[in-house]
Design a protein around this ligand. Structure first.
Ligand code: THU
Length: 165
């Protein structure tokens, strides 16, 4: 029998699970409320899926964003990226500490925490790497459990980053 040339790399990830908002630390609960409030201003006439994101910066400021859609679909942008890019534009030297994400859909109740899309993960990763500091990510649905990742690494293992360039 020939020895196999294939070995396996198993990747595990760590997410904290909270049963409800009441179990969150005060600061996290406040940030999540900001995300929930800003989703009301989402421009989502095509998907009817409103997302809000609130980013707490290391200078204590909070910047918020929501999804902005477009008739030419790919021209729109997710809530997380609106918030992260706004932070980058307004406070270029300031690291992001935590991002909270909230969601509301028109026709269904979202019972699972909303996990950022691949594009947003890559953007959050860029900002972690830019400042050399982890970004915590608080994910929530309209009801049910809340997830907290301590770093984008938990959501984007084997990420592409500037280290390859
Ligand atoms: N969306 C977000 O804003 N964030 C996510 O993490 C997932 C999806 C938006 C994009 C689009 O406007 C709508 O939700 C449906 O995909």
């Amino acid at each position: 029998m020939t020895k196999s040339k294939i070995s396996k790399l198993t990747i595990s990830t760590d997410i904290e699970v909270y049963n409800s908002e009441k179990d969150l630390d005060k600061k996290d609960a406040v940030l999540l409320t900001e995300a929930k409030n800003i989703l009301k201003n989402a421009y989502a006439p095509y998907s009817n899926f409103q997302v809000g994101a609130a980013a707490l910066l290391d200078n204590g400021k909070t910047v918020t964003g929501n999804n902005q859609e477009n008739a030419a679909y790919p021209s729109g942008l997710c809530a997380e990226r609106v918030a992260v890019f706004y932070a980058g534009a307004q406070y270029p030297g300031v690291a992001i500490n935590t991002i909270a994400i909230s969601v509301k859909a028109k026709n269904v109740v979202i019972k699972e925490p909303l996990s950022p899309c691949g594009g947003c993960r890559q953007v959050i990763a860029e900002y972690e790497n830019k400042y050399g500091k982890n970004i915590r990510i608080i994910m929530s649905g309209e009801k049910g459990k809340i997830y907290i990742a301590k770093s984008i690494e938990s959501l984007l293992p084997l990420m592409f980053s500037k280290k390859y360039l």
